[in-house]
Write a protein that binds this ligand. Sequence first.
Ligand SMILES: [Fe+2]
Length: 361
Amino acid sequence: MPNPDKARQTILIVDDSPENILILMDLLRDQYTITVATNGMRALQLAGCETPPDLILLDVLMPGMNGYEVCSQLKTKPHTADIPVIFVTALSDESDEQKGLDLGAVDFILKPFSPPLVKARVRNHLELKKHRDHLEDVVHERTRELVLTQDAAIFGLGVLAEYRDIETGQHIMRTRKYVQLMAEQLKGHSSFSGYFSDATMHLLINSAPLHDIGKVAIPDVVLQKPEPLTELEFLTIKQHTVFGKEIINRIEAGMSDKSASSFLRFAEELAYTHHEHWDGSGYHGLKGEEIPVSGRLMAMADIYDALTSARIYKPAYPHEEALRIIIEGDGRTRPEHFDPVVLQAFVDLCDTFRQISSGRN
Ligand SMILES: [Fe+2]
């Protein structure tokens, strides 16, 4: 993290010799804030604090932990890895300098040193650091803006689909909450190790509202029919998963920067696979682990919400009845439809599902 006090940068001087520290302090304290450490352990402590120094001047030969060890430890920790390190040492062998640079130091100053030269090198490296920090801030801000824009666009498209299906009401918001709830519960589960990274969680949760986007292509007479559907009408309804995938594909195809389209990958998965069943009896016959994790979570969320919501062809079931149908089956819905691990997560979380369903969460 960059030093928030941009006006005055901080230098950490590490040397076991107080005389050497004083010389460097005299040279630099007019322009910079100086902190000092007389051994490697203290240097690591100071570098690892909440506001790390902008630059470290590091002696090589010190009792206990030497400068090379300090440098290599700094470079292994994300919090301190980017702090520029300049070795200041009496070791004049070329191999010493090579070793320091190989460890990630940005420069190597030999003792006895020329004061103007030290000042110039320190200034140059701190200028570079300042520019890099600024660039990081700009990238961070632009990325944040881009993510917010993507989230808004996805949500807007999801709302569009909801407008076509008048009885689904708050379906989008609730199912998104259910997916998030199960994803957080399953984050540490061995069946999904490595799957739920922070980036995946974000994409998954924010793409969930698009799962029924394909309904925009289904005629109202079918979508809003109160009577039981004919075989042909049911085939038409099933097509909303295919249309959804196609719509998202077309959005992706229209994006000039293909690398930016990764956020739509989950939306495409969800749209196509949220009616798949673990036992292979779903819309497209995908089975078990052929079904993406996103689709398995959405299937669970979608069924619970469908059961506990009033639809044009059925009343809303109470939570207990929905829970019973999912766990025991009712002929139409069966427990074999769900990934057993996802089903267990649902059962474990069912009180929170009930709260969300009743609008209290
Ligand atoms: Fe659907």
